[in-house]
Design a protein around this ligand. Structure first.
Ligand SMILES: [Zn+2]
Ligand SMILES: [Zn+2]
Length: 318
């Protein structure tokens, strides 16, 4: 806001270059004033100078001020670099900017989660400019819920490629792509082959709280916490007919676990229908003392605390 109280025009644009481990990085730039209302072409090189780096919730963005330069006139000494950049932008298929996050990880009930997800935007089409003022295309929330079941019509795991690949930061990581059995040899989409797959969790589960139901997808880390073992162990049970009782017990282990889930919701198209997909990236035990203190404070806030209770409603600390 200006001193006059008049709203200063503001607009986010997203720029891209071929730096970073993936040779592809996007960053939003916030433009103010006349710059915000100007016309901008897409898919052309832009010179940006004298901008401020901001970091919020772990993601970086740039912001212009009076001394910043945002120019489409490429000086002669940068012409060659600009042409390289345009070529590599086209060659990499004009990758879409990652979904802008919303929700900020705040704690919600399942009913509130569904209500907020009604407003989820669509992920930008590749090559299309990102609408910085549009609705967020991804929401991040925390829910406290009880697992009611893991869907086990199919194995809740997949055979993963264990080939070590460059992680782009000078180290290696497992490829983890799905392996297909090609008659005694397992091969992934990248053409690696393995004698013996290692399994990783990839599962769907139903969770609930007092306000509603939610279906979540989860990956290896959350799967390990739910089942209390790694996916190799579960796969060994699944494939051994002689151990089906043990398997049934194991498959029920996640049920009725109460946990704190960090979830991320996006829109996706599945079998020609659009739906919201929610994945749990983290699962941890509920912190009972903290939770009890929080609830008690809610009660005190509503009805007033009994004398002497203020400040230490629950003994034992957080
Ligand atoms: Zn692989
Ligand atoms: Zn081979």
């Amino acid at each position: 806001l200006r001193a006059t109280g008049e709203q200063k025009p503001k607009r986010d644009i997203v720029v891209w270059d071929n730096s970073g481990p993936e040779r592809s990085l996007h960053i939003p730039i916030t433009l103010w004033g006349d710059r915000a209302t100007a016309e901008y072409a897409t898919d052309v090189p832009v010179i940006v100078r004298g901008v401020r780096v901001r970091e919020w919730n772990g993601s970086k963005s740039l912001s212009t001020n009076g001394n910043s330069v945002v120019s489409f006139e490429v000086p002669p000494d940068l012409q060659a670099d600009a042409q390289d950049l345009v070529r590599s932008w086209a060659a990499s298929g004009q990758p879409a900017a990652p979904a802008r996050g919303g929700g900020d990880g705040k704690r919600v009930t399942i009913e509130e989660l569904h209500a907020e997800n009604v407003n989820l935007g669509h992920a930008p089409e590749p090559g299309q400019p990102l609408d910085g003022n549009g609705p967020a295309a991804a929401h991040r929330h925390t829910v406290v819920a009880t697992i009611t079941s893991v869907i086990t019509e199919r194995p809740p795991y997949y055979p993963a490629c264990s080939q070590q690949v460059d992680d782009g930061r000078g180290k290696t990581r497992s490829c983890n792509k799905k392996l297909t059995d090609e008659g005694g040899e397992w091969r992934c989409m990248s053409g690696h082959c393995c004698q013996q797959p290692s399994y990783r969790y990839l599962l769907r589960a139903r969770v609930s709280d007092h306000t509603g139901l939610l279906e979540i997808s989860s990956f290896d880390e959350v799967g390990k916490k739910m089942f209390g073992c790694d996916a190799d162990e579960l796969a060994a049970l699944w494939e051994d007919e002689g151990r089906s009782e043990e398997l049934q017990r194991k498959l029920k282990r996640p049920n009725w676990q109460r946990c704190v889930l960090t979830v991320r919701s996006v829109r996706e198209v599945w079998q020609d229908e659009e739906r919201v997909k929610t994945s749990a990236n983290d699962m941890r035990d509920e912190e009972w003392k903290k939770e009890a203190r929080r609830r008690l404070n809610d009660i005190y806030a509503t009805f007033g605390a009994p004398e002497g209770a203020v400040g230490s409603p629950v003994a034992g600390g957080a």
